[in-house]
Structure formats: structure tokens, C-alpha cells
Design a protein around this ligand. Structure first.
Ligand SMILES: Cc1cc2nc3c(=O)[nH]c(=O)nc-3n(C[C@H](O)[C@H](O)[C@H](O)COP(=O)(O)OP(=O)(O)OC[C@H]3O[C@@H](n4cnc5c(N)ncnc54)[C@H](O)[C@@H]3O)c2cc1C
Length: 244
């Protein structure tokens, strides 16, 4: 049964046609074999406006709906879901900035994202916080006008790619209920590290079978001292089921 409207079916077909004509199965196969991020296809997709789809019109996007985004992801997955994640996955993270960011953060990060210059890996998982993501132990503490982040993050898809701006879930308050007191930080490609005290953050690549184009997962210890002005969005993040 085809339950798509004419407009929705035409959108999906347009993305499929673009994939076949301008990207191609061989390119995707090559990225997969070489475990290379599809930078060229990512830039082409941005040029066509794929990255603008869900960003609100007020922030320079197209203000599209989630169903159209899902259709786009399905079409991009034709030759492998990892390609779709590599090209469209950043949108998921970008929405954190679109929904909770300050006007300055939106200008600084969403504009280059929509131009295809920036990618947004999301860093939630830790050795002891996978399915139980509320168990995040990485902590951010305010020191003067900066935040110091300490802890260990794991499995951040795409963290080692060029132009990666990582959104990281960290603990900013001690609370009785571990589902509370979490915040999201924006970590730009070249954060300014503390000269003394904090360990320097390292992202190292981890080889994994079957997940090439998305980019390598990175594991590392963070001891980065970040400027507060660009860093924090949605402070005091309350998970579904948590109480204020
Ligand atoms: C390819 C890949 C890419 C990833 N990319 C990212 C990324 O970009 N960013 C990021 O933050 N994370 C990423 N992750 C991490 C991913 O989110 C975690 O692997 C996932 O949340 C599971 O956590 P875990 O591996 O610690 O397993 P665990 O949580 O330890 O689970 C191990 C097993 O126990 C089961 N289990 C856990 N809890 C329960 C329960 N309460 N009841 C019954 N069974 C349970 C699980 O189903 C599973 O079979 C990635 C992982 C992979 C494999």
C-alpha cells in the first residue's frame, strides 16, 4: 500500500534520483571500503539544501517536517544505511542547537552546518553509560568564565572527521535522581585547552567492521577547558520521567 501523498512520493524520488545520478553506488562502496567519510557527497547534499530541511525558517532553514526527513533518510540509505547516517545524521544533533541554542550559537554553528562546512557528532556514551545513558559520569565544572570537562567518552561516531563540532552530554549538577542535572555542551573543532591542570582531550579512531562512511568512533579522555560563552546549551537537561 502506498500511503504517501503525491508531494511526499515526489520528494523521496527526487532524493533517490540525486543519489543515483550525482553520488552513485560505486562512490558509496569506495567510501565503505576505504572507511572514508563522504565529504564530497555531504557538501553536495548541503548545496541542495538537505541540511536545511528541519531547521526552522526563522533560523534560515526550510522548516520542514520530520516525515519528510525520514523519507530523505530512507532514500539516502539505498546503498547502505551508514551513508545516510553520515550525510543526514548531523541534522539530529543540529536540532539541539535549533531548539535550545542562543541566537549567537545558532549563527555560529547552524549557518556553517547548512552550508555543509560543519558536522555534528553526538557524544553521550561512556564505558558505564550506554543503554543507561542517565549514568553519565563526565562532569563539567564552572571555573571563572569557563567550564572544565573531565571524564571519558566512547563511541562518538564521526568525532575524528574534519569539521566535527561535538555535542557532548555531561553532568553539571549533583542530583538525587541521576536522570536530572545533565547538560549539553558544544565542543568546537579546536577547543582551547587549559595550559595546566586539565589533561588534554584526545580523540583517537577506533576501527569497526561495517560502519565505514559514518566515520570512526573516537574514544578519549576529556580534560578540555572550554570558553563558557560558546559552550553550553540546554543547561539542567531533564530526561523524560525525571522531575525538576
Ligand atoms: C556503531 C556504533 C555507533 C555508535 N555511535 C554513537 C554515537 O555517535 N554517540 C554515542 O553517544 N554513542 C554511540 N554508540 C553507543 C551506543 O549508543 C551504545 O552502544 C548503546 O547505547 C548500548 O550501550 P552499551 O554498548 O554500553 O551496551 P549496554 O548498555 O552495556 O548493553 C549491553 C547489553 O545488555 C542489554 N541491556 C542493557 N540494559 C538492559 C536492561 N535494563 N534490561 C535488559 N537488557 C539490557 C542491552 O540490550 C545489550 O544487549 C554507538 C555504538 C555503535 C555500536
Amino acid at each position: 500500500m502506498n500511503f504517501l501523498s503525491e508531494e511526499q512520493a515526489a520528494w523521496k524520488q527526487a532524493v533517490e534520483r540525486w543519489l543515483e545520478r550525482d553520488v552513485g553506488r560505486e562512490y558509496i562502496r569506495k567510501c565503505d571500503m576505504e572507511r572514508a567519510f563522504p565529504y564530497e557527497a555531504y557538501a553536495k547534499a548541503a548545496k541542495l539544501g538537505f541540511h536545511r530541511l528541519l531547521v526552522p525558517e526563522a533560523d534560515g532553514g526550510d522548516g520542514g517536517d520530520l516525515f519528510s526527513y525520514a523519507l530523505m533518510c530512507e532514500a539516502l540509505s539505498r546503498y547502505g544505511v551508514d551513508f545516510s547516517v553520515a550525510v543526514a545524521g548531523s541534522t539530529f544533533t543540529a536540532m539541539n542547537i535549533a531548539l535550545h541554542g542562543t541566537p549567537e550559537q545558532k549563527k555560529r554553528f547552524l549557518d556553517p552546518f547548512m552550508r555543509g562546512e560543519v558536522r555534528f557528532p553526538i557524544s553521550m556514551s561512556e564505558p558505564g553509560a550506554g543503554s543507561d545513558v542517565a549514568n553519565v559520569q563526565t562532569r563539567a565544572e564552572r571555573v571563572g568564565d569557563e567550564y572544565v570537562i573531565n571524564g571519558q567518552k566512547l563511541w562518538c561516531s564521526g568525532a575524528a572527521n574534519r569539521g566535527a563540532v561535538i555535542l557532548m552530554l555531561v553532568r553539571t549538577a549533583k542530583t538525587e535522581d541521576k536522570r536530572n542535572g545533565l547538560s549539553v555542551f558544544i565542543i568546537p573543532e579546536r577547543p582551547s585547552y587549559a595550559a595546566a591542570g586539565a589533561r588534554r582531550a584526545r580523540a583517537r579512531s577506533a576501527r569497526r567492521l561495517g560502519f565505514g562512511p559514518r566515520g570512526n568512533r573516537a574514544a578519549g579522555r576529556a580534560g578540555a577547558r572550554l570558553r563558557a560563552h560558546g559552550g553550553l546549551i540546554s543547561q539542567g537537561f531533564y530526561q523524560h520521567g525525571g522531575s525538576r
